[in-house]
Design a protein around this ligand. Sequence first.
Ligand code: F6R
Length: 364
Amino acid sequence: DKGNHRHFMQKEIYEQPVVVAQTLRSYLRPLEEQVALPDMEFDLAGVERVAIVACGTAYYVGMIGKYWIEQLARIPVEIDFASEFRYRDPVFTPNMLGVVISQSGETADTLAALRHMKESGLTTGGIINVPTSSMAREVDLLLPTHAGPEIGVASTKAFTCQLAVMAALAVNLARAKGKLTAEEEREIVHHLREVPEAMSHALGHDAEIEAIAPKIAAARDVLYLGRGPEYPMALEGALKLKEISYIHAEGYASGEMKHGPIALIDDSVPLIVIAPSGPLFDKTVSNMQEAQARGAQVVLISDAEGIAQAGENTIATIEMPKVHPLIAPLVYAVPVQLLAYHVAVFKGTDVDQPRNLAKSVTVE
Ligand code: F6R
């Protein structure tokens, strides 16, 4: 049931403050102000390396997880597309934790990668939405997301719930590795608790985003830029736009623009810049300005501080609340999803059932 929403995708975008809160609630211990995981039969302190495997949108959660786990827990993380993982003959080292991420828990490539990890002797964890799925049954440690059924083919609420669980995993690894003080953990818990409200705030910009949609819908190509954890968000934005509006879109790490992609820029190419203010902001903005000097039509997604600093000469700005860098990907996912949604609605494509796509890809 879509309720009063026009599409399942819209409903699922709007459900995010609730389902992310629901997911976080099962990982946050309010009294101790700690992040907890379900009971497990192995000790996270022994983990020396993490290998993450997923497909599509779930893969971008893995990319963000690499930033978080390496930064917080100081252990190396590798990340592969499930379809590439097995066939590159990955090197397994002792004390490696294998992590799969999947909404359906049935994606054939990810399931095959999970089985390969297990056969190779790895301990495995899985961030999975469907609790009765094959992957949920086969992982050693199930880390459930509580997004509820996701009907729209384009993943939205599963993505942000996966991010919430990934943050919980990163914090637990960090604590187990002795890299996080109780005080630091308390602060992270506070930031995570702010997520649902910040997402609601982001949803409040829906009408502005809808107003930009016709301009984006008229483009042949759209580029997305981000740096650090917002780089995978740029990839996610481009994937979302491609799959439901059929407009060609690519995401780039902002610093890579000048190594090639900037050649694509002219005044017909919208550039969506995902840039919360913070340590990476100035660098991203200088990459954005290089593109603006070549005619790029910029939509800047930032907070008030970022927009005050760099919002000039853009075709639009979308103002997010000021949030801690750790939770920015969860909040910035909302405008990125809404933009793809409104462009598709404006173009009149089948938002919930895009051509050539299936909700669950059960062939390798
Ligand atoms: C994109 C999308 C897909 C899935 C991918 C993995 O919006 O939905 O890219 O993320 O097919 O699916 P799961 O998470 O079920 O393994």
